[in-house]
Design a protein around this ligand. Structure first.
Ligand SMILES: Cc1cc2nc3c(=O)[nH]c(=O)nc-3n(C[C@H](O)[C@H](O)[C@H](O)COP(=O)(O)OP(=O)(O)OC[C@H]3O[C@@H](n4cnc5c(N)ncnc54)[C@H](O)[C@@H]3O)c2cc1C
Length: 324
């Protein structure tokens, strides 16, 4: 028989653990189910921009958030959510190893950056190879970099790097850059940017850290250049197959949310990178996770005829606020 919880949260990244903290502190039964601890935070050895911490790391922040969540009495299991179905006044959460039921669900399943598919790419991850230009470009002040990728991601990457690096090679497969014409013009006008069209990266090499990349053009001619940093901006995978039949997604496959992490399903809330928020960063995931957790709490409290906590976007009637 499915184990019963009032609120189940999918994902133990910053969004899911923050949601869990806000739910568990209200002494509501809460379970976080996650494939791993930390999600994308595991890809951040040096974390400079999480407010209140100086020179932390992603894995350290993940462990701290986990301990903080558990200290409020929430449960946590490491498992994969395979399917969520509607039951009789509850949601049924099927995992690879078990099953749970919940009155409300918070989806904080994040995303995973796409790799370029080079043989030794993972060897140089965070040793010259990066997957988030807005996060890691500041580490390359005055250094030589290359950016490879698609569409708007590549344009943003090239422009951000041009503000930091001494030299930026922008490498793309087609004959022309795609995306916003103003951004293309801006990139083309940068003195320290060299556009490398009709090209792809064949190999990367170095001695502990990345030193060279070999680029092949359409004719198969290869050129090896020195770079300190390679930024791969190939978009991300969002895997919401377990819940996409219940909530509305945008064309990018992200969950559409409104205030407080509300989705198109009244009992399902969402936060973090799996949603259509802009500026996907840890601090945003934590803030939105807290809001989604409180909205889920308000939803289950309302089912019991209780007012929950105050949400400012709803009108207060007399002394009572009914909202979620
Ligand atoms: C290389 C890189 C560097 C970055 N650097 C920074 C930085 O310096 N500063 C910053 O603020 N942000 C940075 N970010 C962005 C930041 O990591 C994300 O915005 C943040 O982690 C999003 O949090 P999240 O909780 O929404 O999702 P995630 O961190 O992606 O966590 C999602 C969790 O859900 C779990 N999950 C997914 N599907 C299932 C399922 N079906 N069943 C069970 N569990 C599931 C995953 O295992 C994971 O634990 C970086 C991102 C990358 C890729």
């Amino acid at each position: 028989m499915a184990q019963k919880y009032e609120i189940v949260i999918v994902g133990a990244g910053p969004a899911g653990l923050s949601a869990g903290m806000y739910v568990a502190r209200q002494r509501v039964s809460c379970l976080v189910i996650s494939k791993d601890l930390g999600g994308q935070m595991n890809l951040i050895p040096k974390l400079e921009n999480y407010p209140g911490t100086i020179m932390s790391s992603g894995p350290l922040l993940a462990r701290t958030l986990e301990n903080q969540y558990l200290s409020f009495g929430g449960d946590l299991v490491y498992d994969t959510v395979e399917r969520v179905e509607e039951g009789d006044g509850e949601l049924l959460v099927k995992t690879a190893r078990s099953g749970y039921s919940a009155k409300a669900l918070v989806v904080a399943a994040g995303k995973v950056p796409n790799s370029l598919g080079l043989d030794n790419e993972s060897v140089y991850q965070n040793k010259g190879v990066h997957y988030c230009t807005k996060c890691d470009a500041p580490f390359y002040q005055g250094r030589t970099t290359a950016s490879v990728g698609v569409g708007a991601y590549l344009l943003e990457s090239g422009i951000l790097l041009s503000r930091m690096a001494s030299r930026v090679y922008v490498i793309f497969k087609g004959g022309r850059l795609g995306g916003d014409p103003d951004l293309i013009k801006s990139l083309q006008g940068k003195e320290n940017v060299e556009l490398v069209p009709n090209s792809s990266i064949k190999t990367i090499s170095g001695n502990g850290t990345l030193q060279q990349i070999t680029i092949s053009d359409r004719a198969g001619e290869e050129t090896t250049i020195h770079v300190d940093g390679l930024f791969i901006e190939m978009g991300s995978k969002i895997n919401l197959g377990f819940v996409k039949h219940l909530v509305e997604l945008n064309p990018k496959g992200e969950i559409k949310i409104s205030n407080g992490g509300r989705t198109s399903h009244p009992a399902i809330f969402a936060a973090g990178d799996a949603t259509d928020i802009p500026y996907k960063q840890i601090v945003a995931a934590c803030g939105d996770g807290a809001a989604a957790g409180l909205s889920a709490f308000n939803y289950v409290e309302k089912l019991k005829g209780r007012p929950g906590v105050r949400a400012d976007w709803k009108k207060q009637i007399g002394d009572t606020v009914f909202h979620y």
